[in-house]
Design a protein around this ligand. Structure first.
Ligand code: NAD
Length: 526
């Protein structure tokens, strides 16, 4: 008898469409729970050999992958554009370049990162031992990824998992499976054994099946709601997880900010990938003294944005991914307008361009209770409000269930950095936003509902390994003084050790030491 999950899975076919044109790109069968388990079982068989392969050889595979991706950059970017709707230029800068750099980072960092690390002992009683910290792969890492960065999200995570000796099974979003399948093809063409990076296509149930399939670590990127379900399912197996979830990133504009630069930054931050970026500017707080000027300049710049099919090289904003996303955007905009926000640009579907297009939208005078401020909109909407003092701006920024990233805009860098320290977010940028994702050395991840753990950088590599502490005793012929043979004398010696280590003054420490030395010569009773 098939399980309930298998029954649901076996019925499903994914129809992958271009959100700009609704052209069908592919029809793919969903993996059944059994197929997901088989993929993970094959990965488990292949992984030990990969772990035993020298790091230099693992890096060589990455180098070949990097070369192939460089040579095929435009083709892969156009595939991403057709499947996810973002302009090709954005697919190059925010997906391909990010992955090429992540590969470069792993290639130059992995040797140092995976080298045994000595652990010197402070306690004199432990000086006769030598400790080292080793980092070992988990085994099989499961990656569940979203549609908004369909190539770079699973690729950056897979590269970190592979270089540290893991095998990988990816469950991509049902809206963008082709980008992940392209990653798989490139890895195989680079010489990676097929079972070391597999892609299982499917909807939510295929993701649920992956969690239950015996993977040793899970990296999930997606919405808060799914993230909570994933965390619950993982907890039942005590499966370690990284959760990269949603954001509601605030942008704070101080009165001394360069208005032209800042409005161009806000424009890109809010409308890049049609606002469907976890790190998008989703709330903008502008100092009252420059508020109206800021809004005017924003509206002028929005009017110049070129919206359309991202395959055309001049297009700057593409469609949303699907109807569900459009409805969320509409609901947030309508709620804001009905609650008193001023609509200064957009606020409507662009049906003349296709079914999934929404105009870049500017909302002024938004208030904290509006849905556009409380919830992740994930669309081309920039809600703007004023503040009077820096303390108020920080309160507004921190008044959120999310804590992924934030930005502060000012000509005075030290002032921006001081504010950055007070904002509760995983990343705070001064005079830029989003680009932290493209800095391979920088950790990426959030606080509060934005998630648990980190990807990218050394912290991302750390998530792919298990720490093992190995300790060797240097005096193997000697019984340890703290072993059996207890009694009044031993207690005195043990108290003497406490005095020797932590005594209030030098005299007490010396006295303690004299009391304790006898313990070294003590004969163990057993
Ligand atoms: P989603 O949560 O709907 O889906 C994410 C993935 O989870 C998909 O592959 C989906 O099939 C799978 N899934 C669904 N139900 C599942 C279940 N029960 N068990 C296991 N897997 C399941 O998210 P989405 O709409 O694809 O992506 C958009 C969201 O992702 C936004 O909230 C965005 O902020 C977030 N995101 C976060 C980051 C980050 O790094 N923090 C990056 C990109 C996107």
């Amino acid at each position: 008898m098939p399980t309930e999950a298998q029954a649901v899975l076996s019925k499903t076919i994914i129809v992958d469409t271009n959100p700009a044109t609704t052209e069908v790109l592919a029809e793919l069968p969903c993996a059944t729970a059994e197929q997901v388990q088989d993929a993970v079982a094959r990965a488990h068989i292949a992984q030990p050999k990969w772990q035993a392969t020298s790091l230099a050889q693992r890096i060589e595979v990455l180098r070949r992958f990097q070369g192939l991706l460089r040579d095929r950059a435009l083709d892969v970017a156009q595939l991403i554009c057709r499947e996810a709707g973002k302009p090709t230029a954005e697919a190059i800068t925010t997906e391909i370049l990010v992955v090429l750099d992540a590969a470069a980072f792993c290639m130059r960092t992995a040797h140092r990162f995976l080298r045994d690390q000595p652990v010197p002992h402070g306690n004199i009683a432990m000086k006769s031992k030598r400790g080292v910290l080793t980092r070992e792969p988990h085994g099989v890492v499961g990656i569940i990824s979203p549609w908004n960065y369909p190539f770079s999200t699973p690729a950056v995570e897979a590269i970190a998992a592979l270089v540290t000796g893991n095998a990988v099974v990816i469950k991509p979003s049902e809206f963008t499976p082709l980008a992940a399948l392209e990653l798989q093809k490139l890895m195989q063409a680079s010489g990676l054994e097929p079972d070391l990076l597999q892609v299982v296509v499917g909807e939510g149930p295929a993701g649920a099946a992956l969690i239950d399939s015996g993977v040793d670590k899970l990296i999930f990127t997606g919405s808060v709601a799914t993230g909570k379900r994933v965390a619950e399912a993982a907890a039942r197996r005590l499966l370690p997880v990284v959760l990269e979830l949603g954001g509601k990133d605030p942008m704070i504009v101080l009165p001394d900010a360069d208005l032209d630069v800042t409005t161009s930054g806000a424009l890109w931050g809010a409308f890049m990938n049609a606002g469907q970026t976890c790190l998008s500017v989703e709330r903008c707080y502008v100092h009252r003294s420059i508020y109206e000027g800021f809004l005017k300049m924003m509206a002028d710049k929005i009017a110049k944005l070129r919206v359309g099919n991202g395959l055309a090289s001049e297009v700057e904003m593409g469609p949303l991914i699907n109807e569900r996303q459009l409805r969320t955007v509409e609901a947030h905009v309508n709620d804001a307008v009905q609650s008193g926000a001023r609509l200064l640009a957009g606020g409507r579907r662009l049906t003349e361009l296709g079914p999934n297009f929404y105009a870049p939208t500017l909302l002024a005078d938004v208030t904290p209770k509006m849905r556009a401020i409380q919830e992740e909109t994930f669309g081309p909407v920039l809600p703007v409000a004023t503040f009077d003092t820096e303390a108020e701006a920080i309160d507004l920024a921190n008044n959120s269930n999310f804590g992924l990233a934030a930005s502060v805009w000012t000509r005075e860098r030290s002032r921006g950095e001081a504010m950055a320290r007070q904002i509760k977010a995983g990343t705070v940028m001064v005079n830029d936003m989003i680009s932290g994702f493209g800095i391979s050395e920088a950790p990426h991840g959030g606080l509060k509902q934005s998630g648990i753990g980190r990807t990218h950088g050394e912290m991302g590599l750390e998530e792919m390994v298990q720490a093992k502490y190995i300790d060797s005793d240097l005096l193997p012929n000697m019984k340890k003084v703290w072993w059996y043979g207890y009694g009044a004398r031993f207690q005195e010696q043990a108290v003497g050790l406490i005095e020797a280590l932590y005594g209030r003054d030098l005299a007490r420490r010396w006295k303690g030491l004299l009391h304790t030395v006898g313990a070294v010569r003590r004969k163990s009773r057993v």
